[in-house]
Design a protein around this ligand. Structure first.
Ligand SMILES: [Zn+2]
Length: 263
């Protein structure tokens, strides 16, 4: 460690963007996951999140510890939630009834830790389609070339309505069939969006979910902070869904990583 290295943060010093040494490189890490709270927007029809105090320090002290124990006890909360809560990865099994084997716990790491690119399609009107032509224009503007094994993140702009759940859960566009097929033709292994779904809510033909079902590719919804990634390519994403056995999906911690000073 060099002499001018900043002091290590103390307990509770969480920041959503940090710089650190990793594998011999100086990198920046940006949080891409949403918080999990009882206030957060939840996809219509899915179970909301509920926490409860399952054990308090006092309960443990008075019910489980001897009166002369020097230990102050421990606290723990219970949790009920949808598998599709907050920033989450959808397993293939979620939208393909013929593949109960492709649950979230079976997803290979190589589809979760990948080079990535992001594009801005926030001018596309909510509740309409993002077309292949619009994507290709976005790739041209961002000078992005997709390669097999990459993750593509696309920004619809609905993230700006995070604090207004009714708008956040309704006012976003979705990928059409041709755009969905074309992305997978480039070898993309994961498609991420800031919206709560890759298909807009009024589109009950689910072109993106259907395409991913057929081609056995996953996607990740409610990706946060996408526009804070300072380059459109040349960064990595890391998603960590829980190993929910049989899971249709899982909330995931997600980060972007890029090398500092590399232009
Ligand atoms: Zn989902």
């Amino acid at each position: 460690m060099s002499g001018d290295a900043p002091a290590l943060p103390g307990p509770g010093d969480y920041r959503d963007e940090i710089e650190l040494d990793l594998l011999g490189r100086r990198v920046r890490l940006l949080e891409l996951s949403r918080e999990v709270s009882e206030q957060m927007p939840v996809y219509p029809g899915h179970v909301k999140v509920a926490f409860w105090e399952h054990l308090t320090h006092e309960q443990v002290r008075r019910q489980r510890l001897p009166p002369d124990s020097p230990f102050a006890g421990y606290a723990g909360r219970g949790l009920v939630a949808s598998e599709h809560l907050s920033t989450h990865v959808d397993a293939v099994w979620h939208f393909n009834p013929e593949r109960p084997d492709l649950t979230i716990d079976k997803l290979p790491w190589e589809h979760l830790i990948t080079p990535a690119a992001w594009v801005d399609v926030s001018d596309v009107w909510p509740e309409t389609h993002i077309t292949r032509a619009r994507l290709e224009r976005a790739f041209g503007e961002a000078e992005v070339t997709l390669r097999p094994g990459m993750t593509l993140l696309y920004y619809t702009g609905v993230a700006e309505h995070w604090d207004d759940p009714f708008r956040f859960l309704a006012e976003y566009p979705g990928l059409d069939l041709e755009a969905s097929e074309w992305l997978l033709d480039q070898g993309v292994v994961n498609v991420g969006t800031d919206a709560v779904s890759t298909d807009y809510p009024g589109d009950l033909t689910y072109p993106n979910h259907r395409t991913h079902a057929k081609r056995l590719v996953v996607h990740t919804e409610m990706v946060a902070n996408m526009t804070r990634i300072p380059r459109h390519h040349g960064f990595w994403v890391l998603f960590f869904p829980l190993r929910l056995v049989g899971g249709t999906g899982s909330p995931a911690r997600a980060v972007a990583l890029w090398e500092v000073g590399e232009e």
